[in-house]
Design a binder for this molecule. Structure first.
Ligand code: ADP
Length: 166
């Protein structure tokens, strides 16, 4: 299989995302991770910060590139000549939304298909949202994200607290 795009928020990247990227890098010639610039959400990290962290954490995977994008995933895929959108599936709760998105994308772009990789068992529970919640309450996030990402989350949280306390 040739090129796949892997779109998402990645706010921030977790071991779950990295596991999907690493495994998919064995099956696809080229993976382009697309960091979504979504003005409707208020992310913890800017798109630039998310791209930088992903670049750092995937630097040993030579067929993986990281880019930001806005708009539709199918357009992002087409712009890169990718026939596949890659997504990760954790649980039934992901399935309903992901199925709906995949079917919508199929109607929008018949030439682009969605391929799912199921989560590795050890990361089945893991989401960026829960990592931020745990960190917000001072919990240990070392099992969820790489050290550089954990450090970046702690710094953001500190800065936010500083802003609130002043
Ligand atoms: P979204 O794109 O919905 O904002 P994310 O950026 O968090 O979600 O995730 C991007 C993709 O990675 C989605 O397909 C999501 O299901 C998948 N994913 C997130 N966490 C995990 C995990 N722990 N294991 C497998 N897949 C995951």
């Amino acid at each position: 299989m040739a090129t796949a795009v892997y779109p998402g928020s990645f706010d921030p990247v977790t071991f779950g995302h990295l596991d999907i990227i690493r495994r998919a890098s064995h099956s696809f010639e080229h993976i382009i991770v697309g960091v979504l610039h979504n003005s409707a959400k208020s992310p913890l990290f800017s798109v630039e910060e998310r791209v930088k962290m992903l670049k750092e954490e995937t630097k040993t995977l030579s067929n993986v590139d990281i880019e930001s994008f806005s708009g539709l995933s199918v357009n992002f895929a087409r712009e890169h000549g990718a026939a596949v959108i890659l997504r990760g599936l954790r649980a039934i709760t992901d399935f309903e939304y992901e199925l709906q998105m995949a079917q919508t994308n199929r109607v929008l772009a018949y030439d682009v298909d969605t391929v799912f990789l199921t989560t590795s068992l050890e990361y089945a529970y893991l989401s960026s949202t829960t990592v931020k919640e745990v960190a917000g309450f001072g919990g240990d996030i070392d099992k969820f994200v790489p050290p550089l990402v954990a450090e970046a989350i702690h710094q953001k949280m500190q800065r936010r607290k500083g802003v609130i306390n002043h």
